[in-house]
Design a protein around this ligand. Structure first.
Ligand code: AMP
Length: 207
């Protein structure tokens, strides 16, 4: 199954995509993770993407379209994949049509105030992609899964979070209508615990 996860930053796309990846044994393809890895490795891609990411802006379409097309051509995507954070513009969705057949676009829906609370308390592991919220860490500063130090993403600071939400509303939210018209949209209200929301995600996918 080829799945798109739609939803505002902080709606839980990464968390649920990772859980689904283990359950379905298909890769999670996160453009945000790929770009952050490129920044860490100081590649040309990373250097050009950094200023957009730090400001909460979108990286230009042609850049992300290229990396996703290349990634989906790899062997491990043959039996399906979960796109997490792509597409983020209608132009990306149109380009995706040219090299992929999507089965479902799952929209994770959450009120803005919850998103802001989640993002500003988020701590991440840049090594394995683990994501936590400070309220559940009890002062712990390292990743439970791999032991690496947890950090706050530069783009999770309050000033940048608001900009990311504006960018989401202006450029990404139109994809909800787009996939509705394509007949591929399913919406999951993510108001419960992570386990409850995950159960709702799996139900929407008939798993
Ligand atoms: P994320 O981890 O998905 O929240 O992505 C972090 C940042 O990476 C975004 O705020 C954008 O700057 C950039 N990014 C990730 N995916 C895309 C995309 N599909 N198009 C443009 N920029 C992206």
């Amino acid at each position: 199954m080829n799945i798109i996860f739609l939803g505002a930053p902080g709606a839980g796309k990464g968390t649920h995509a990772q859980r689904l990846m283990h359950k379905m044994n298909i890769p999670q393809i996160s453009t945000g993770d790929m770009l952050r890895a490129a920044i860490k490795a100081e590649t040309e891609l990373g250097l050009s993407a950094k200023r957009y990411i730090d400001a909460g802006e979108l990286v230009p379409d042609e850049v992300v379209i290229g990396i996703v097309e290349e990634r989906l051509a790899q062997e491990d995507c043959k039996n399906g994949y979960i796109l997490d954070g792509f597409p983020r513009t209608v132009a990306q969705a149109e380009a995706l049509k040219g090299f992929a057949t999507i089965d479902v676009a799952l929209n994770l829906s959450l009120p803005d105030e919850m998103i802001i609370r989640r993002l500003s308390g988020r701590r991440v592991c840049l090594k394995c992609g683990g994501t936590y919220h400070i309220s559940s860490l009890n002062g712990r500063e390292d990743c439970e899964a791999c032991g690496d130090k947890l950090v706050q993403r530069k783009d999770d600071t309050p000033e940048t979070v608001q900009n990311r939400l504006n960018v989401y509303n202006a450029q990404t939210a139109p994809l909800i209508d787009y996939y509705e018209k394509e007949g591929l949209l399913k919406t999951v209200e993510c108001l419960g615990t992570v386990d409850e929301n995950q159960a709702a995600v799996e139900k929407a996918l008939n798993l």
